[in-house]
Design a protein around this ligand. Sequence first.
Ligand code: CMX
Length: 141
Amino acid sequence: LFICVDHVGLAVPDLDEAIHFHTEVLGWRLLHRETNPEQGVEEAMLGTGAVGAESAQIQLLAPLKPDSAIGKFLDRSGPGLQQMAYRVTDIDAVCAVLRERGVRLLYDEPRRGTAGSRINFAHPKDAGGVLLELVEPGAGH
Ligand code: CMX
């Protein structure tokens, strides 16, 4: 079903501060930054930047407003691991298989994720306590 771990998402209260820590202290590279109003986030993707190396990325997620998914998560749990994302080639097919196997997905149809990707989520209650994201990368990735 899955190709690899695409990224691990961290909920952070302040995106610039979190980018600073991950680049200056931990040595990751900032690969991409965008605002996704539909998901209620300002986000950044970090990686090694090594060409051809298959490496899961780190996604930093800051809330655009308190009543967003990340805003609520920070309120309840504080900063930290919010999601695990698995990469797929055909998200419609994978969603169909998972539904057939009894996993409830949050959206009827995939929505827009980072850099034009298509995304959906399995609720943490259906995935061992982990918010599981499915990512079909956008063109050019
Ligand atoms: N990881 C693990 N457990 C989580 C969780 C998370 N990220 N978020 C919520 N939960 C748990 C809560 O602790 C709570 O558990 P208890 O009932 O045992 O206390 C339960 O799930 C609450 O679930 P809920 O009432 O259905 O809903 P919430 O309002 O807490 O929302 C969720 C949870 C997953 C539906 C919501 O966060 C969501 O829609 N997420 C998908 C979208 C998203 O995360 N967008 C931001 C990232 C965008 C991107 O990746 O591009």
